[in-house]
Design a protein around this ligand. Structure first.
Ligand SMILES: NC(=O)c1ccc[n+]([C@@H]2O[C@H](COP(=O)([O-])OP(=O)(O)OC[C@H]3O[C@@H](n4cnc5c(N)ncnc54)[C@H](O)[C@@H]3O)[C@@H](O)[C@H]2O)c1
Length: 439
């Protein structure tokens, strides 16, 4: 693989404001998308909660789009998703193909679709993304993008290839598409709180859903239906869920990679074997070359105080972004508060640019506009950096060792077996800091 890890680390350190805003390329005149008014055909891979939402947002993003193909490991997931989407967009659902099984994704990208939406569990993302890029499809790709170092390196390469092929690649770090946050982070990146000295990021929440085992399910089906609890499918919750806070942290830090990570974590309440092998809390310190430190913590424990946001302390002020209360504010030398608390539902006002639509819708609005306007978006570079931070935090917490970002990027540990079937039996042990080695 022609993967230049040193250049990745180097350029990551030189990131500027320009690199955190979706970048654009101008397509050649031969591009099939120049001045097009074609019907855009969408294919959905991973027809669960988020995939269903993403499909409806895609259908809502452009007048001339239709959903033509769906792929999932399970037929029932396709049917329930289809029912929901059809109820809302009866005219825009024209399903020509439904693909079921582990190779369903490949069949879908090989079918007659223009845009694919990737929303299967994270472990499958590298294969799904590679296939979509190889087939030249425009992509909406849910986070996270990989559950281990080898997977992330594949995603980095695929994202680069997407750029070379002028394919739009919008990633599911939805807060980057949230107008109040864009205004807030632009101010931070513009130096309005001065030089950042420290930061705090949180994702403290309760427990998540669990699907009881059915007699007809194989062990693999049970695990796939409960993928959150298996780190080889989800990456663990620091990678699967708290990555949103890590991404906001990185956004405010200019997408510059930290140099070292020290993490801890464990599983205190989530002790029942039905909860697989994931932790229920993590705490990670990211150390930057500038001397700044970022403190990140997350937990999934019921009856605990929730928190979800980021706070930056600079030498000229402090910026608070609270995802629970909606507060976006700066105090200090340049005090400011985001004031447009509009509920983002007014399409007319949105089109006249007086108000933005919600962030999930904005992801697709911008994806489809980029296709129509021949200016592909590629979120891959900054998005894979945030994924690397999440992986590094988990690796440090699992092993109990301080590790560098370069070590994390070059990690050889492969969580996810290449060839699984519904009869595959697969498990990884629960990591024990000080005993589990970093590889
Ligand atoms: N950006 C956000 O705010 C946000 C919110 C929720 C979920 N997500 C992400 O979206 C993804 C999906 O999450 P979800 O909540 O929809 O989960 P889900 O369990 O509801 O859906 C996952 C779907 O993928 C299917 N699937 C499993 N293995 C597959 C395979 N090999 N090929 C194709 N399909 C397969 C499942 O059957 C299921 O239908 C995850 O990566 C998650 O982190 C993002």
């Amino acid at each position: 693989m022609n993967f230049t890890r040193r250049s990745f680390i180097k350029t990551a350190g030189a990131a500027t404001l320009a690199s955190v805003i979706p970048t654009t390329n101008i397509l050649s005149a031969e591009s099939p998308w120049v001045a097009n008014s074609n019907t855009l055909k969408i294919g959905l891979i991973g027809c669960g909660g988020r995939g269903t939402g993403a499909a409806m947002e895609a259908l809502n993003a452009d007048e001339n789009v239709v959903l033509v193909a769906m792929a999932d490991a399970f037929a029932d997931q396709i049917e329930s998703s289809l029912k929901t989407i059809k109820e809302k967009f009866p005219q825009k659902v024209k399903i020509a193909n439904k693909f079921v099984g582990f190779d369903a994704y490949q069949k879908l990208v090989d079918s007659d679709v223009d845009v694919v939406l990737l929303a299967a569990p994270p472990a499958f993302r590298p294969s799904h993304l590679e296939a979509a890029v190889n087939a030249g499809k425009h992509i909406f790709c849910e986070k996270p993008f990989a559950v281990d170092g080898p997977g992330l390196r594949r995603v980095i390469m695929a994202a680069q290839k997407a750029r070379e092929k002028s394919i739009s690649l919008v990633c599911g770090f939805c807060w980057r598409y949230h107008q109040p946050k864009r205004e807030t982070f632009n101010r931070v990146l513009d130096g309005q709180i001065g030089t950042i000295l420290s930061a705090e990021a949180t994702y403290d929440t309760g427990e998540l859903w669990f699907k009881e085992r059915k007699n007809s399910w194989t062990d693999m089906e049970f695990k796939l239906r409960n993928w959150l609890y298996y780190n080889w499918l989800s990456g663990d919750h620091i990678v699967e869920q708290a990555i949103h806070s890590i991404d906001m942290l990185q956004w405010g830090m200019g997408d510059v990679l930290p140099v070292r990570v020290v993490g801890t974590g464990g599983r205190q309440k989530r002790t029942d074997p039905k909860y697989g092998n994931v932790y229920d809390h993590f705490s990670v310190v990211y150390e930057y070359a500038s001397g700044a430190k970022a403190y990140m913590r997350c937990r999934q424990q019921n009856n605990t105080t929730p928190a979800y946001g980021v706070e930056f302390v600079g030498n000229e002020g402090r910026c608070l972004v609270d995802c629970r209360t909606g507060e976006h504010s700066i105090i200090g030398k340049n005090p400011w508060k985001y004031s447009d608390e509009t509920k983002f539902t007014d399409d007319q006002a949105y089109k006249s640019k007086t108000v933005s639509r919600g962030m999930y819708q904005a992801e697709h609005d911008e994806l489809f506009a980029s296709i129509r306007n021949n200016s592909p978006i590629n979120d891959g570079e900054w998005a894979t950096r945030s994924n690397l931070l999440a992986l590094a935090g988990r690796m440090s917490a699992y092993s109990g060792q301080a590790i560098s970002l370069e070590q994390a990027l070059c990690s050889t540990e492969k969580f996810f077996p290449d060839d699984i079937t519904f009869d595959t039996k697969y498990d990884l042990p629960i990591a024990i800091p000080g005993e589990t080695s970093f590889k």
